[in-house]
Write a protein that binds this ligand. Structure first.
Ligand SMILES: Cc1ncc(COP(=O)(O)O)c(C=O)c1O
Length: 380
């Protein structure tokens, strides 16, 4: 039987999409060698898939990790981390400034006997005060969703190490083009690969960059839960990675230009972007981020949600849509979308307002984006 990755002896330029659920065993001896872990081999899609494996190796290289495990969505990746490393009685430190769906997962974790402390990212200097003997994980985003708050990865990693706690960084906003949390001491890096890694609004995937031992543990969870990515999405993800650096560079360039424009605008009361020199996260971001400050920013429009809605309705180049990190520039009101999972009083507790908008810079021409922001603001 030809090797599916090199069917004619010559290596194809593109990893073949192996759409098989199962694989014919060459012999009982091969079956035993595979199940005993003596040789790498494929048996059943929920266990592993060569198209998925190829993209895992690429993401591992990008994050500088020994290995990487890819799964169905970013939330699947986050949940696999929680389910693999937490048990009843453990204490987990989370941040309010984190993608809204974590709140839903936190309700499940609490039902399973896990205690959770929610902190504001601006309190990250005080993390140590919240550590208990049962604390087993700190999970953060930096820059955070949606306010782009910055957590000092090196400092938090040192605290985590001192107390023997796992420290996980969701690197979705930053992307490995701008930030490599493992270099600063994080244990694992999580991604919604749906976003900038895929980059084209056409696939959902999650990824966890980690060492070999953690790969084995997370593989067990993925195989048990059945969160293995399909081969077609893996192929689209691999295709997205080919242009990732160029897209990331352009998105950060556009975000910086838009942040600078918005900051001085009379109808914008606050702009959140770590690339701005007076942003509270700028100093730390300058230490741990490189090649710019990522493609995400947030800002408060006018005085009310009506102002923010009118502004968005008047945009012509920028799309009103959730998600982020794609070729198109996207904008949304977190209070009405990504944070809808949270009870209303929790949506505004840590800096997000009803008129806060989150903007994900695409790869459009910078001038077109500035002109669009300007004309839409002129109308409110
Ligand atoms: C920072 C971050 N992490 C994780 C997720 C979840 O990703 P997915 O939608 O692929 O499940 C999101 C989604 O927006 C996100 O913004």
């Amino acid at each position: 039987m030809p090797d599916p990755l090199t069917p004619y002896g010559n290596k194809p330029m593109v990893t073949p999409i192996v759409n098989a659920v199962n694989y014919e065993y060459k012999s009982f001896d091969v079956l035993r060698q595979i199940t005993d872990g003596e040789i790498d081999g494929y048996t059943y899609h929920r266990d592993d898939n060569p198209t998925v494996r190829a993209v895992e190796k690429k993401i591992a290289r990008m994050e500088g990790s020994e290995d990487c495990i890819v799964c169905t969505t970013g939330m699947a990746a986050c949940s696999m981390v929680y389910f693999t490393y937490l048990k009843a009685g453990d204490h987990l430190i989370l941040f309010h400034d984190i993608y809204g769906a974590h709140y839903k997962v936190s309700l499940i974790l609490e039902r399973m006997g896990i205690e959770i402390t929610w902190l504001d990212a601006s309190e990250c200097d005080a993390i140590e005060r919240h550590i208990k003997p049962s604390t087993s994980m700190i999970f953060c985003e930096t820059p955070s969703n949606p306010l782009c708050k910055i957590i000092d990865i090196e400092k938090t990693a040192a605290i985590a190490k001192k107390h023997n706690i796992l420290f996980i960084v969701d690197n979705t906003f930053a992307t490995p083009y701008h930030q490599k949390p493992l270099e600063f001491g994080a244990h694992m890096v999580v991604h919604s690969a749906t976003k900038a890694l895929g980059g084209h609004n056409d696939l959902m995937a999650g990824a966890i960059a980690c060492n070999k031992a953690d790969y084995e543990k997370l593989w067990f969870t993925r195989q048990a839960l059945g969160t293995t990515l399909d081969a077609y999405s893996a192929s689209l993800l691999e295709r997205g990675l080919k242009t990732f650096d160029m897209r990331a560079e352009r998105m950060a360039h556009n975000a910086m230009a838009m942040a600078e424009f918005l900051k001085g605008h009379p109808k914008i009361s606050k702009t959140f972007y770590p690339g701005l020199v007076d942003d509270p996260g700028h100093a730390v971001a300058s230490r741990q981020m490189k090649n710019g400050f990522c493609g995400m920013l947030a800002f408060n429009v006018g005085n009310s949600q009506e102002d923010a809605k009118n502004f968005i309705t008047n945009l012509e180049t920028i799309y009103h849509a959730v998600s982020l990190g794609s070729t198109e520039t996207l904008i949304c009101i977190p209070y009405l979308t990504t944070m809808l999972y949270l009870p209303p009083e929790r949506r505004v507790g840590f800096g997000v307002e009803k008129n806060t908008v989150r903007l994900s810079a695409g790869i459009d021409k910078t001038g077109l984006l500035i002109d669009d922001l300007k004309q839409a603001l002129d109308k409110i």
